[in-house]
Write a protein that binds this ligand. Structure first.
Ligand SMILES: Cc1ncc(COP(=O)(O)O)c(C=O)c1O
Length: 356
């Protein structure tokens, strides 16, 4: 029987004076980048793996471009259970090395889709193999929920809004469930995605699950072509404001956060930070989508893997040389004042131009 102690730690919640000044209200940072695997993923995946270990599973198999795989490798090691992680070619060498350091067997395939197909097929064929889903499972949401129960303990009053990044929507599901549990069910969530990984935004626009034809954003850890069905359902029930930034804004946010807060996070997290750095929350307030008087804003600083200083410099260079191609995407960005659906429509047209 696995120990009852979770694999995640209680993360600090601290005020950022720089971001508070910019936002015009107190901005708290929920520092999930300080988790043992440097991302919030350990909360949900740790809970999933522990639950399956209690059911005597003998081996884990996971498909992931980064944080989910790392969390699975870490959890498996803690449980003394072997793990195989399939990673796509785009996975940074440093991430693969960390998975191997956790004792996992790492196998590379070309695309994430191939990885998922192989991992699921293996689990189907071998009864002792358990597939670890990256975001779409109630046990994962239950683990992510602890971010909110912690915030409830850490904060003196109800937050005015929560900003988080969306990939497949596992974090979104967990946070909404947590908000309901602690009685904060009216707290709006600003759900951030990058252009080219905006599967929630596209689904909300269509009011049904949409599969993106291709992930073109450099924020690879947000690259789920389709969000979980539960994420779409909950995003339609809860006050969720879906917003999309381009890669340049996400990467610029990473650089600025490093300068101001002394922490290096990945572009997936930059998407959330860009909500303040691009003064998006102020625009939402002006447009009456967020209250003018916000008690506070919490940003979930979701992860700091998949990035090095060298990688950050490369991304900046790559994005500045792709700038011409991004013109249409930038144009779409200029529609901040418009409702999200207008933005999503122009985004769809500019998808080709976003590819880089
Ligand atoms: C750092 C980081 N932020 C956000 C996300 C998105 O999480 P979810 O897939 O639960 O929406 C991921 C997913 O891997 C991630 O690694």
């Amino acid at each position: 029987m696995a120990s009852s102690k979770p694999f995640h730690v209680v993360t600090p919640l601290r005020v950022s004076s720089h971001l508070s000044k910019l936002a015009g209200t107190k901005v708290y940072l929920k520092l999930e980048n300080t988790q043992p695997t440097c991302s919030f993923k350990i909360r949900g995946i740790g809970n999933f793996c522990k639950s399956w270990a209690e059911k005597r599973c003998q081996q884990f198999v996971c498909a992931s471009a980064g944080n989910a795989g790392l969390a699975a490798a870490y959890s498996a090691k803690q449980l003394g259970i072997p793990a195989i992680i399939f990673v796509p070619q785009s996975t940074p060498a440093i991430t693969m090395e960390r998975m191997e350091d956790e004792g996992a067997t790492v196998c590379m395939q070309q695309t994430l889709e191939e990885c998922q197909n192989i991992a699921k097929e293996m689990a189907k064929r071998c009864s002792n193999l358990t597939y670890v889903p990256p975001f779409d499972d109630p046990l994962i949401w239950e683990g992510h929920k602890t971010m909110v129960t912690e915030m409830k303990e850490q904060m003196e009053s109800t937050p005015g809004a929560i900003i988080l990044s969306v990939g497949g929507g596992g974090m979104l599901c967990g946070v909404i469930q947590g908000l309901r549990e602690v009685g904060w069910d009216k707290v709006p969530i600003i759900a951030m995605e990058t252009c080219g990984a905006h599967s929630l935004n596209a689904s909300l626009e269509e009011k049904k699950l949409v599969t993106l034809p291709k992930i073109t954003s450099i924020a690879t850890t947000l690259g789920a072509a389709t969000v979980a069905e539960e994420a779409l359902k909950l995003a339609q029930e809860h006050p969720v404001i879906s917003q999309v930034v381009n890669d340049s804004d996400a990467v610029a946010a990473v650089g600025r956060f490093l300068d101001e807060e002394r922490m290096l996070v990945e572009p997936a997290c930059g998407a959330s930070l860009a909500a303040i750095y691009c003064e998006l929350t102020k625009t939402l307030q002006k447009d009456g989508k967020l209250p003018n008087e916000l008690e506070s804003i919490v940003i979930i600083v979701c992860g700091g893997n998949n990035i090095t200083m060298e990688e950050l410099d490369c991304l900046k260079e790559q994005l500045s040389s792709d700038n011409g191609d991004l013109v249409e995407c930038e144009l779409a960005m200029a529609t901040w004042n418009n409702p999200c659906n207008i933005f999503a429509a122009s985004l769809q047209k500019s998808m080709g131009a976003c590819a880089h």
